[in-house]
Ligand binder design. Structure first.
Ligand SMILES: [Zn+2]
Length: 501
């Protein structure tokens, strides 16, 4: 590289580099590609058959699924994008799963279509804050799912900062008719955060807010997609950098003055869209069944949620399709489900409605959902990645099925799945959340800091974690095939309630 080019690069890097932050550790340049440096759990000699499940291959599937999302984004959907139910990205993902099932020679491979009610599809939005001669474009703002649109050119509101949005924060503050900004601590991301845990968004609305912004305090300016907030005014999430910039703008205004926020959100309710369940069957030697499901939808690249799960399901289909039929005790039914990010769980509702006929001879259902994420740590003002996969929330049939729990615990250990110290009292969530009372269910899922954000890329999905979870699920299927239905099937359970707080 010649001297002038070097000088130019140095100068432009210096121009972009943020000012040093004394409170944070500043990492040096990495010495290796993180995916090459991940710790891989070794298999014991007696488990070497499971080495056929190759995490690097599964990671390629995650990348292919993420590419479907980016293609959709690049086809005129720069703000609200992903493998969104009812869109071309949904049908492309369904076809991708269908092609894999066909390639593996599964039986009865087909799409089961569903008509969707009109779908909430934000077309575009723009949020700016102006005050003290400054205008801030709040580019990380993302409308909460199904939030109320504005009409025409939008609304122009006075801005007010309301701390964490508790009663104490609102005391003595008039927020009526204003744009209310609330600081929300991630627990650990946008899936759960203090503004929703403490009902701060609805409190802001009750106090008269005309628009609400939840500043999700993940270091950086991460864009997150919130589930419905049950508010009736336009409600957005906001990255931390943008949120702090507005807060500081409010803080610097002369007494009695406030910045103004322009809010425009155009939404179409799109009729006539369709989605589907993608089915494939691997016949065994009996008519007893094992279900393996994975939801196909997700926001942004949705690397963990749920490209990881879909890749895991395909990995299991590959593994068991190579085992001779006479050695497969039970028929394995695979289903790529429509998913639930639009609030309407079509495949899941159909499974629930047909549970008596579908699950009368079911020994196991594995829900492949969020099966791998790279371990992250909040350190100072950074999110730092480590060379390990995260610990998972997990459930393996509950205390009524001690043999299934024992099989799962051993499989998670032998395959190197990191798990929370205790299981959940029910399936951790998602596609299994309404099915587990009726089937012997197994699910290990991660809900991480990048969850539902534009940072949830294939780079945040470790091939080692994909490999460990897929191998563990294969071990669990083999383990369950040594048990009879009477060891697994139980009367329907009542979901546990959450303790009042
Ligand atoms: Zn999910």
């Amino acid at each position: 590289m010649n001297y002038l080019v070097t000088l130019f690069l140095c100068a432009s890097l210096m121009a972009q580099a943020p000012a040093p932050r004394p409170s944070a550790q500043i990492p040096a340049a990495p010495l290796y590609d993180l995916q090459d440096a991940l710790l891989e759990w070794p298999l014991a000699p007696e488990n070497r058959a499971y080495a056929a499940i190759d995490g690097k291959r599964l990671h390629e599937y995650v990348s292919e699924l993420a590419a479907i999302s980016r293609r959709y984004r690049n086809q005129g959907h720069p703000q609200f994008w992903g493998r969104i139910i009812g869109t071309s990205a949904d049908s492309e993902t369904a076809q991708w799963v269908l092609d894999h099932f066909n390639k593996l020679g599964l039986s009865d491979v087909h799409l089961q279509p569903f008509d969707l009610p009109p779908q909430w599809m934000p077309q575009s939005w723009e949020i700016t804050a102006t005050g003290g001669g400054k205008t801030l474009p709040l580019n990380s703002a993302q409308p909460a799912y199904q939030t109320k649109a504005t009409s025409g050119p939008g609304i122009d509101l006075e801005a007010v900062y309301a701390g964490t949005g508790s009663e104490a924060d609102f005391a003595g503050r008039d927020v009526r008719g204003k744009a209310v900004f609330i600081f929300s601590m991630p627990l650990p991301g946008s899936w759960r955060h203090t503004a929703t845990a403490e009902d701060a968004l609805r409190r802001a609305e009750t106090k008269g807010a005309a628009a609400i912004f939840a500043i999700i305090a993940l270091p950086g300016n991460i864009r997150t997609q919130l589930y419905p907030t049950r508010t009736n005014v336009p409600t957005f999430s906001l990255g931390m950098d943008d949120g702090y910039a507005v807060r500081d703008l409010i803080g610097k205004m002369p007494a009695g003055q406030a910045p103004h926020v322009k809010v425009r959100l155009d939404v179409n309710m799109e009729p006539g869209l369709k989605t589907a369940t993608v089915w494939g069957t691997l016949p065994g030697t009996t008519n007893e069944t094992i279900y393996v499901i994975a939801h196909r939808d997700g926001w942004f690249e949705s690397g963990t949620d749920n490209a990881s799960g879909v890749a895991t399901m395909i990995g299991l289909a590959e593994y068991f399709s190579k085992i001779p039929r006479e050695k497969r005790r039970r028929t394995i039914v695979f289903a790529g489900t429509s998913g639930h990010h639009n609030g309407g769980n079509f495949s899941g509702t159909w499974l629930l409605d047909h549970r008596d006929e579908l699950f009368s001879k079911t020994a196991l259902m594995i829900n492949c959902e969020h099966t791998a994420t790279i371990q992250t740590y909040l350190l100072g003002e950074d999110i730092r990645m480590a060379n390990m996969h995260t610990g998972m929330l997990w459930y393996a049939g509950g205390p009524q099925r001690p043999k299934l729990q024992a099989i799962a615990v051993k499989a998670f250990h032998d395959a190197g799945v990191v798990t929370y110290a205790a299981p959940e009292r029910a399936a951790p969530g998602g596609e299994m959340s309404r099915l587990w009372p009726y089937v012997p269910g197994v699910q290990a899922s991660d809900y991480n800091v990048f969850f539902h954000s534009d940072h949830e890329s294939p780079a945040t999905v470790p091939w080692t974690g994909l490999q460990a979870t897929a191998r563990a699920y294969a071990m669990i299927i083999d383990g369950v095939n040594t048990l009879d239905l009477k060891d697994l099937q139980r009367p329907p359970e009542t979901p546990p309630g959450r303790a009042p707080r």
